[in-house]
Design a protein around this ligand. Structure first.
Ligand SMILES: [Mn+2]
Length: 290
């Protein structure tokens, strides 16, 4: 098997101990890719799931063993940053085991003349939690609210009061939620600047990315539940997103696109808001468990 050597590899959000964790794939990735420094950027072990169901499997142990092997055979330095799902580490950090294994909350990584703030990224969770009601509301909830709105407006008309648009109220909230990801990136880049860094390395939102924001690098390593991605850095200081692709996926099993749900023109405004809300609720529900 041919190996690619990198200066740095960043992995995050593997969620070992949960059903969705692609542990075998990430082990495979580490067999094909080696590095001097491995940054494990949070939510590597899913303590929340373990507490609930205890779904720890052999393949999850295999990942830890692979990391130990890298430390032993390739002298890889490993820095494990705690995430919100492995917050059980809070009681032990900062911790150094041997010469090459560190557990920390936050870490300034200096590489190729640049300074990077490495942090899982759950520090700005207050932004998401305020939007959590949207996830709970969902489709039926929204239909119910529209019905309440209709009854309420009938009463207002009876009282001679002007029409109250619930749709507009919800739309305003939805707009705020849509800007969540850009807010998240902006907040982290701001934090990196405050720490006099050239960039930020994070995870948490399961959205792999490399971008330049206000002159700073925003690097997100994605996750090993859905996107199966890692960040790699070469000796020139160039960052890349590595996507794990297995043989089956390479043959391409694309799902056929679904037809648009039919829209009632009489409720065009509602339907439009509703669609936006339903897709957003799904995203938010996912995010609420990140
Ligand atoms: Mn997280």
């Amino acid at each position: 098997m041919s190996k690619t050597h990198h200066k740095t590899i960043v992995l995050s959000d593997i969620h070992l101990g949960s059903a969705g964790s692609k542990a075998q794939e990430v082990v495979q990735f580490l067999k094909q890719n080696t590095c001097d420094t491995l940054l494990l950027n949070g939510d590597i072990i899913d303590g929340w799931q373990l507490r609930k169901s205890g779904a720890w499997k052999k393949k999850h142990t295999r990942f830890l063993r692979q990391v130990l092997k890298m430390m032993e055979n390739q002298k890889t330095t490993v820095v494990y940053l705690r995430g919100n799902h492995d917050d059980f580490l809070d009681s032990v950090l900062p911790l150094r085991i041997g010469k090459r294994f560190y557990i920390q909350r936050e870490f300034i990584y200096e590489s190729c003349g640049k300074r990077y703030l490495v942090t899982h990224g759950d520090v700005f969770d207050s932004i998401t939690s305020t939007m959590r009601w949207l996830a709970l509301l969902g489709d039926t909830g929204y239909t119910f609210l529209l019905w309440v709105n209709k009854v309420y407006n009938r009463w207002r008309t009876y009282r001679g009061l002007p029409y109250y648009s619930l749709s507009q109220r919800i739309k305003a909230s939805v707009k705020r939620a849509v800007s969540f990801i850009s807010d998240y990136e902006q907040e982290l880049v701001g934090l990196a600047r405050a720490r006099r860094c050239d960039g930020v390395i994070c995870g948490h939102i399961h959205q792999p990315a490399i971008s330049v924001m206000d002159g700073l690098l925003y690097l997100n390593s994605g996750d090993w539940v859905e996107s199966l991605t890692a960040l790699t850095e070469d000796y020139e200081g160039r960052w890349q997103l590595a996507y794990y692709v297995d043989a089956a996926a390479r043959q391409g099993h694309l799902l056929p696109e679904e037809d648009d749900p039919d829209t009632d023109t009489a409720f065009a405004e509602e339907a439009d808001t509703r669609q936006l809300l339903v897709s957003l609720a799904a995203q938010m529900a996912e995010r609420a468990t990140l």
